[in-house]
Design a protein around this ligand. Structure first.
Ligand code: UD1
Ligand code: CA
Length: 454
């Protein structure tokens, strides 16, 4: 059967106290709505419709690169009113799944389970037992255990408030049923809102069975209404990622001090020390060791690479096998370090291809550069790549030795096995196997007397 998904995201999110629409706030580097989309996009044959109101332009802009169907709800008169706006978009022979844009951790496996409980005779409802059910709609059941309705907190009698099984808001039914029931819902309740939860009574009246399902974990159905709830869910989610990595053979020294805000695909026997942050897409080979306080984004890292403390990688960056980086190194986009290369402390690289076995051990800037193999760059070497208008290339060939405190004024080439004397400013080609020295000659004045104090 076809599946029409409705994502409700028109609400304001007042309690976030933010200019950003609530569903665009990020959890693990991805917007709340982005998480929901990922879950529903994994379902078979799903057409996704998102109901938007507050912050609509910003939300649509954030997902401009995806083909999604947006539906306007210009005033927010309740969850049933939100769904009503989507009626024209629903296909008659589809199942409809309703989820909330601010419930980010809902799993597609849970949704699939629910959808299996929808047919012409039944609808499905996701409920959960909460120790503190305050604020949620309570699930009403008869003595036979069948669901008979949902009562909102503000409409509930004292004994109903004691019920701990609550409505998660996630439900599914046939489009035919939803289309029949929705227009019948009124707003005669404490909040004068059109409650989607009223479909339960209508489903009962139509003789439908209400199949209920529970998520694997409560956090799957927790909504984000405040920043406190957002960071609590973030910690839960990070904990899950860390546990999965531990199970896959990665040592994370302290799972409570680990953050993955993207993808991390590790080999075996990887060790990650405390306070590391991974962003974007990262692939780590076997035996990779990452020291504390590293920030790593979009890196492809080979086997047995060591990244020492406080290194920042802003990819795309590729580190081949046996590379060593850091401590305190900064590798910027389009850095490629060949096998066994070494980049040490206070070195910045950008758009730099560095050949196998080459070393830049300390205090250097290497940008717009191509280095061959076994090149040695002395401390304080700078590629002067920018003339104020354009960027130029520095080329240093195999086996070259660049003395400390050298400025390489690009475009410039240093030949194979050439040597540059310390303190040189190199602005012309250095031929293969030669020595270039470009610095003021030293003078010594004999018997020099220091000035005396007057
Ligand atoms: C709703 C449920 C409640 C459930 C709870 C779970 C109803 C009447 N109540 O209550 O039973 O326990 O969720 O979190 O459905 N929205 C719109 N347009 C609107 C109103 C809401 O798009 O006019 C969206 C909001 O952006 C949000 C979602 O619907 O994503 C839920 O709305 P909210 O007002 O938070 O519902 P609750 O009162 O929490
Ligand atoms: Ca809510």
């Amino acid at each position: 059967m076809l599946l029409d998904v409705l994502v409700l995201a028109a609400g304001k999110g007042t309690r976030m106290r933010s200019d950003l629409p609530k569903v665009l706030h990020c959890l693990a580097g991805k917007s709340l709505l982005g998480h929901v989309f990922s879950s529903v996009q994994a379902l078979d044959n799903a057409a996704i419709n998102t109901i938007v109101g507050h912050g609509k332009e910003l939300i649509q802009e954030a997902f401009a690169n995806q083909s999604l169907n947006w539906i306007d709800q210009t005033s927010q008169l309740g969850t049933a009113h939100a769904v009503l706006q989507a009626i024209p978009a629903l296909r008659d022979d589809a199942k409809v799944l309703i989820v909330y844009g601010d419930v980010p951790l809902i799993k597609s496996s849970t949704l699939e389970k629910m959808l299996s409980g929808v047919d012409d005779d039944a609808m499905a409802l996701l409920t959960v037992e909460l120790v503190d059910p305050t604020g949620y709609g309570r699930i009403l059941r008869n003595t036979a255990g069948d669901v008979t309705g949902i009562i909102e907190q503000k409409d509930a009698a004292p004994e109903q408030l004691k019920i701990t099984e609550v409505n998660t808001g996630v439900m599914a039914m046939t489009a035919a049923d939803l289309k029949t029931w929705l227009p019948k819902i009124d707003n005669n309740n404490a909040q004068q809102e059109y409650y989607l939860t009223d479909v339960i009574g209508l489903a009962r009246a139509a003789g439908r069975h209400i199949n209920t399902y529970a998520p694997e974990a409560v956090e799957e159905v927790e909504g984000v209404n405040s920043r406190a709830q957002l960071v609590a869910l973030e910690r839960y989610y990070q904990g899950q990622i860390a546990q999965n990595l531990l199970a896959s053979g990665v040592t994370i020294i302290d799972p409570s001090r680990f953050d993955c805000r993207g993808e991390l695909d590790p080999g075996q026997d990887v060790l990650i020390d405390i306070n590391c942050i991974f962003e974007g897409n990262n692939r780590l080979g076997n035996g990779v060791v990452i020291g504390p306080n590293c920030v790593i984004k979009d890196a492809t890292i080979g086997d047995n690479v060591t990244i020492k403390a406080n290194t920042v990688i802003e990819g795309p960056v590729t580190l081949e096998d046996d590379v060593q980086v850091g401590p305190f190194a900064r590798l910027r986009p389009n850095t490629v370090l060949g096998r066994g290369a070494k980049v040490g402390n206070f070195v910045e690289t950008k758009k730099a291809k560095i050949g196998p076995g080459s070393k830049i051990s300390h205090l250097s800037y290497i940008g717009d550069a191509v280095l061959g193999s076994e090149v040695n760059i002395g401390a304080g070497t700078i590629t002067c790549n920018y003339d104020g208008v354009n960027k130029h290339l520095t080329e240093i060939n195999d086996g070259a030795f660049i003395g400390s405190n050298t400025s390489l004024v690009a475009p410039v080439t240093v030949g194979k096995n050439a040597t540059v004397g310390a303190g040189s400013t190199i602005s012309r080609e250095v031929p293969d196997e030669s020595l270039a020295i470009a610095r003021a000659k030293q003078r010594s004045l004999d018997g020099w007397k220091r000035p005396e104090k007057k």
